[in-house]
Design a protein around this ligand. Structure first.
Ligand code: C2E
Ligand code: MG
Ligand code: MG
Ligand code: MG
Length: 292
């Protein structure tokens, strides 16, 4: 994981490369210019309905094509972006680009899907979020119902009063609202009661060991039925195997996302995948339907 390495050094870490240390202020300055120079881009990870086998959504995930360091993942720069406030302009760009791309797919005649965009606490505190969102929708012509903001439990709890008001405003516009990494925060149940949510995303730490951890199975099952009782859509994140898929199907989990179904990919590849989803012959699901 990314670690801060003292006052002036900022260590970034990538599983595929040796650890290297980069000056934090330099990286910050490079991020500032990188936003202006279009060095950031989005990948999209598909979300599938577990019964129909069709793509119903995408999560937009930001990456940075750094001119020297190569491709950087969010774990390597989002914390710095948040700390410095650069997450506000970066997040504004992410919102706009995700809406633009989603609208483009609709204009291409593809099945309309919901686009999930991650929003961090700093953006949430910034009073401009609502105007950034409405501007992104207006500029791109995307209908609000096809945009979903993903927030974390800790964000909601830390800013409870403001968050309730802001989320009420978002719901009034017609946006969807998801709790990301659900179950890892400290006040899950209170949050469910206070906030106008549409979706829970079960954190992947509960999915990872489903095959052998009986308590993770119980937790996943409980979150899925809780969501159902509350009329919320539930997404299992980080599904990596057919066995996990089968368990989630047995709990009637509605939506899944994970490497087993598709890794984050560029817009062109995602568009092709979306075009194919019109024929529900995806092999993962074919297997399941035969067994059922
Ligand atoms: P997240 O919102 O929980 O996003 C899911 C992360 O899990 C993504 O990592 C995704 O690639 C990864 N993932 C998906 N399926 C699997 C799987 O089956 N196995 C495993 N091991 N991992 C899986 P990524 O793209 O590195 O993003 C990490 C985090 O960075 C995100 O977690 C989110 O909190 C943050 N992030 C990403 N894009 C943005 C953004 O535009 N704005 C903000 N504020 N945060 C972002
Ligand atoms: Mg997310
Ligand atoms: Mg998550
Ligand atoms: Mg996360």
């Amino acid at each position: 994981e990314a670690k801060s390495s003292g006052r002036d050094g900022f260590k970034i870490y990538d599983q595929t490369r040796p650890e290297k240390s980069v000056n934090k202020l330099t990286l910050l300055e490079e991020m500032r210019t990188g936003i202006e120079n279009g060095e950031f881009f989005l990948e999209y990870q598909p979300q599938y309905n577990l019964v129909s086998g069709r793509i119903v959504g995408a999560e937009a995930l930001v990456r940075w094509q750094h001119p020297v360091l190569g491709r950087l993942m969010p774990g390597e720069f989002i914390a710095l972006a948040e700390e410095s406030g650069l997450i506000v302009p970066l997040g504004r760009w992410v919102l706009h680009e995700a809406c633009r791309q989603n609208r483009q797919w609709q204009d291409d005649g593809l099945t309309p899907i919901t686009m999930g965009v991650n929003v961090s606490v700093r953006q949430f505190r910034d009073s401009g979020l609502i105007s950034d969102v409405t501007a992104a929708l207006k500029d791109t012509g995307l209908e609000a119902g096809y945009l979903e903001l993903e927030v974390t439990e800790s964000l909601l709890i830390q800013n409870a009063d403001q968050a309730v008001r802001l989320m009420d405003d978002f719901r009034r516009i017609g946006l969807k609202l998801a709790i990301d990494d659900f179950g890892t925060g400290y006040s899950s149940l209170a949050a469910l009661k206070s906030f106008p949510l549409t979706r829970l995303k079960i954190d992947r730490s509960f999915i990872r060991d489903l095959d052998f951890d009986e308590s993770d199975r119980s937790i996943a099952r409980a979150i899925i039925s809780l969501g159902r009782e509350l009329g919320l859509n539930v997404v299992a994140e980080g599904v990596e195997s057919a066995k996990q898929q089968a368990f989630l199907a047995s709990c009637r989990c509605e939506t899944v996302q994970g490497f087993h179904f598709g890794r984050p990919m560029n817009a062109t590849r995602f568009g092709k995948l979306l075009a194919m989803t019109l024929t529900p012959l995806d092999s993962h699901f074919g297997r399941m339907e035969r067994r059922a």
